[in-house]
Design a protein around this ligand. Structure first.
Ligand SMILES: Nc1nc(O)c(N)c(N[C@@H]2O[C@H](COP(=O)(O)O)[C@@H](O)[C@H]2O)n1
Length: 207
């Protein structure tokens, strides 16, 4: 089941935090679900990538391998995100319509290349709604507290994670490859992204 892509930012949802798997800080409960969580390395076109956040931010700039390199070179995922900010005018022009499939692809890769660890993080949520908590704005990816017992927002990241959790239930093992997205300029460091071979990638091997 996929998300309906029409005006996603208007598709606001309401969640009861006490009955949800709410995450924000990476060291807190369910923190492994955050794109900012360390310890879920990725390998794309032979390029080592520390976090799904760094990969997602790099994908904004397919025609700027120099910017991608700066983002991927950052050790902290938050700094990788901050690195992208001065260059946002160079974001691919179709970003608002491709960012959700790109995020979905990043999350799939995070699961397939970190099968046990990320699979466990997803399963640990049981059947609870998954919600990324926002402290200031209920921006596109998360939801924010409006009352102590009410989180409201589009929560697109949480919804993609729930979709992935549903898919995981049907998958006894990771696939051998993750297909690239059928997008123009799906590039990493100047090379078209190919089908990603799924390697299990403990941090100690990669970094
Ligand atoms: N500012 C911030 N701090 C965190 O700890 C976060 N988890 C997030 N959210 C993540 O930011 C990514 C999208 O950022 P943009 O839409 O490019 O601004 C995405 O991974 C969110 O989950 N933000």
């Amino acid at each position: 089941m996929g998300l309906n892509f029409d005006h996603l930012e208007n598709q606001v949802r309401t969640y009861a935090p006490s009955d949800s798997a709410v995450f924000w800080k990476t060291r807190e409960k369910f923190g492994g679900l955050s794109n900012m969580a360390a310890g879920f390395p990725l390998l794309v076109n032979g390029v080592k990538i520390r976090t799904s956040e760094a990969l997602y931010q790099a994908m904004r700039f397919p025609t700027r391998p120099d910017v991608q390199e700066l983002i991927l070179g950052e050790i902290s995922p938050m700094t990788a995100k901050m690195r992208s900010k001065p260059f946002r005018e160079f974001t691919r022009d179709d970003w608002s319509s491709v960012r959700v499939p790109i995020m979905r692809w990043c999350l799939r890769l995070k699961l397939y290349q970190n099968w046990e660890k990320f699979g466990h993080a997803l399963r640990e949520t049981g059947s609870l709604p998954i919600v990324e908590k926002k402290t200031k704005h209920a921006d596109f990816w998360g939801a924010k507290y409006v009352e102590p017992d009410e989180l409201i927002g589009p929560n697109i990241l949480g919804r993609l994670l729930m979709e992935l959790r549903d898919d995981l239930e049907q998958m006894p093992s990771p696939p051998e490859h993750l297909a690239p997205l059928n997008l123009k300029q799906f590039l990493l460091l100047g090379r078209e992204i190919e089908a990603v071979r799924i390697v299990q990638s403990p941090v100690s091997i990669l970094f």
